[in-house]
Ligand binder design. Structure first.
Ligand SMILES: Nc1ncnc2c1ncn2[C@@H]1O[C@H](COP(=O)(O)OP(=O)(O)OP(=O)(O)O)[C@@H](O)[C@H]1O
Length: 189
C-alpha cells in the first residue's frame, strides 16, 4: 500500500435516512453497505451518543449536552463528505432545528434524502419486540419527523424488507433528478 500525501479533491454523497425510532433505518443502512459498489460509511446518530463518556450529566445540563452531540454529529457527517467520503446517515429529524442545521451544512446536490416510513401499529409491535426502546417513542416522533414530506425517495418498511428498500435506493442513485430534495427545501426557506 502506498501512503499518499494528497488525493484529488472530491465531495462524497450523503444518503440521509430519516425515520422514527424502529422504522428500520439501521437495517436498511446495513444492507446498503453490503450492496453498494463504492466505499460508504454508516454514521448513525446513536453511535455518537454511544461515544460519550458515562459520567453522570446533571439534569439541568442534559439538554445542552444532547444538543451539542446532535450538532457535532451533523458536522461530522458534513466533514466526512467534504473529504470525499460517501456516508449513509441514520438520523431522526424529530425537531425542526435539526433539519435546518443539516440544510445549512450539507452540499444540497450531494444529499439523497430518504423518507423511511412504517405504519404506527408495526412501529409499536417492533418496539415491544425489541424491548430496548421506550414504549411510545416512535409514536411521539412520527408527526415531526416527516413534517416536511419532501424527499428524493421514500420507503415503507411495513411492506418491504430492508434488502428491498436498499435495492431501490441503490437503483435510484445513477440517475438522480435535480433539484434534489435538499435543494428544494433550501429554496423554500
Ligand atoms: N423491513 C422490516 N421488516 C420487518 N422488521 C424490520 C424491518 N426493518 C427493521 N425491522 C426490525 O425493526 C427493528 C428496528 O429496526 P432498526 O434498528 O433497523 O430501526 P431504526 O430505525 O434504526 O431504529 P432506532 O432509530 O431506534 O435505532 C429491528 O428489530 C429490525 O429487525
Amino acid at each position: 500500500m502506498e501512503h499518499l500525501d494528497s488525493v484529488p479533491p472530491r465531495r462524497g454523497l450523503v444518503i440521509f435516512l430519516n425515520g422514527t425510532s424502529s422504522s428500520g433505518k439501521s437495517s436498511i443502512a446495513a444492507e446498503l453497505l453490503r450492496i453498494l459498489d463504492e466505499p460508504y460509511f454508516h454514521m448513525p446518530v446513536d453511535a455518537f451518543h454511544a461515544m460519550r463518556s458515562r459520567a453522570e450529566i446533571p439534569p439541568d445540563r442534559l439538554d445542552t449536552v444532547l444538543h451539542r452531540t446532535w450538532q457535532g454529529y451533523h458536522r461530522a457527517v458534513a466533514g466526512m463528505a467534504a473529504a470525499g467520503n460517501n456516508v449513509v446517515m441514520d438520523h431522526v429529524l424529530s425537531a425542526e432545528w435539526r433539519l435546518t442545521d443539516c440544510l445549512s451544512l450539507f452540499v444540497p446536490q450531494d444529499v439523497v434524502f430518504v423518507g423511511v416510513h412504517c405504519p404506527l401499529e408495526e412501529l409499536e409491535r417492533r418496539e415491544r419486540e425489541r424491548g430496548d426502546r421506550p414504549s411510545g417513542l416512535a409514536a411521539r416522533q412520527l408527526a415531526q419527523v416527516h413534517a416536511r414530506g419532501v424527499y428524493d425517495i421514500e420507503c415503507d418498511t411495513g411492506s418491504s424488507t430492508p434488502r428491498a428498500c436498499a435495492g431501490r435506493i441503490k437503483d435510484f442513485l445513477p440517475a438522480r433528478p435535480t433539484p434534489t430534495a435538499f435543494q428544494r427545501l433550501r429554496a423554500a426557506r
